[in-house]
Design a protein around this ligand. Structure first.
Ligand code: SF4
Length: 413
């Protein structure tokens, strides 16, 4: 079909992306290889197909020892010692499902990089708690950094322990759910703060709580009239999608308005199972958002992030944040420069749907909070006009309005 000059030009602006697209590995494009690997892992672990699909089986069979890992995943000679050294300092746990996403032929596999310990974790650079969460906790398990919302951390457990985790100081040696009395005190704190209208339940991973324990907490929070919305933070759709059972979803839908933020970092994580999990949640009317962390060697690439965000929209997950990595000790090999994040943002705006464009965030150290970082589109603002550049680097200006008689829409005392 003939292209108008403008259509041809628009096509040309994404020619580079179209060229690399077939080379971007996704969990969906890799499905048959993943299924083969799952078959092998299942046989080695002696699991039936039914057990494999049960999140309790996945959790209780997480790979937590170097010996087990080396039995299930070919490792470079010489790395066993290194892995043992690292695992003595920082524990690891990988669900058999997430392990099956690793491409053993790819030494730079983004799944491997996020899940398998690396000797680089012993680099002492960084700090344990760059967010100073310990000092923004009015009562145990509550973090409060903003005026109208707060976090309740309900467990230190996760489906997998991500190698870049900002809360690795809390992961500890054993999985611990917060006890009932502490949770009750956290809810009581919320009850006594009428300005708190938004509560985020997280951990660890909020969906490591049993359905019953989570429902008790949701009921308690829903009994507080000033709690308008409840959010859950969970990476289970990515690392343990079996957790999103029909029973869980039926329970969650009784506590609307309820939002879930999940955490995909790579198109390789978008699998048939992850898609089914997100579909179940979205079908229950739960709005889904994605909080990606920008990670060296995983997603610090403009094409990978564009593809990830486009695929997330097909799963009905809205890309919400891209977090600049925090300087957590043991994660220095994941750190990136701010320019890399800006380049990614520059290559989203205009090149793909606005829906696929999250906010790039740097967290102010010491609890100073989320601060957006944007490429600069406003070049000048004066009394009469403002000058901008658009996504194609074309400049334009608009009139700035003169002061007019102000009409205040609110008449507040
Ligand atoms: S799921 Fe989240 S809290 Fe748990 S280890 Fe991964 S990044 Fe950390």
């Amino acid at each position: 079909m003939d292209q108008t000059p403008r259509s041809q030009h628009l096509h040309d602006t994404i020619e580079d992306y179209l060229h690399v697209l077939p080379q971007i590995r996704t969990g969906l494009s890799d499905q048959s290889a993943i299924e083969q690997r799952q078959q092998v892992i299942r046989e080695k672990l002696g699991a039936t197909a039914e057990e494999w699909s049960d999140y309790r089986w996945q959790l209780s069979h997480r790979i937590t020892s170097v010996e087990k890992l080396s039995d299930l995943l070919p490792l470079e000679p010489g790395t066993l010692d290194q892995l043992s050294q690292v695992s003595e300092r920082y524990r690891f746990a990988i669900s058999p499902y997430y392990l099956s996403l690793i491409d053993p032929a790819d030494p730079d596999c983004p799944i491997r990089r996020q899940s398998v310990p690396s000797i680089e974790e012993l680099n002492p650079e960084g700090v344990l708690d760059p967010m100073d969460e310990e000092h923004s906790s009015p009562v145990p398990s509550v973090t409060r950094r903003y005026p109208d919302r707060l976090i309740i951390k309900v467990t230190n457990q996760c489906g997998m322990y991500c190698r870049f985790c900002q809360r690795r100081r809390l992961i500890g040696e054993t999985d611990l759910a917060v006890d009932e009395a502490t949770l009750r005190a956290a809810v009581q704190y919320v009850r006594e703060q009428p300005e708190v209208r938004d509560v985020l339940i997280t951990g660890g991973d909020a969906l490591m709580l049993s359905d019953q324990a989570l429902e008790r907490l949701l009921q308690d929070l829903r009994s507080i009239p000033h709690v308008e919305i409840i959010r859950l933070g969970t990476r289970t759709p990515v690392t343990l999608p079996q957790r999103i059972t029909p029973a869980l979803v039926e329970m969650l839908r009784r506590y609307h308005p309820l939002y879930i933020n999940t955490h995909f970092n790579s198109p390789a994580e978008i699998t048939v199972e992850a898609k089914a999990a997100c579909t179940r949640l979205a079908d229950a009317g739960i709005p889904l958002g994605n909080q990606m962390v920008l990670l060296n060697g995983v997603n610090n690439n403009k094409y990978i992030v564009r593809r990830l965000n486009q695929l997330l929209l097909t799963l009905r997950v809205k890309p919400y944040y891209i977090f600049h990595p925090k300087t957590v000790q043991g994660t220095s090999h994941f750190w990136v420069r701010i320019e890399e994040g800006l380049e990614i943002m520059e290559n989203l705006r205009g090149y793909t749907s606005g829906m696929a464009i999250p906010t790039y965030i740097v967290n102010g150290p010491g609890g100073l909070g989320k601060t957006p970082i944007l490429p600069n589109y406003l070049l000048y603002i004066g009394k009469d006009k403002a000058v901008f550049r658009n996504w194609e680097n074309k400049n334009f200006e608009i009139e700035n309005q003169p002061n007019r008689v102000q009409h205040d829409p609110g008449h507040f005392e």
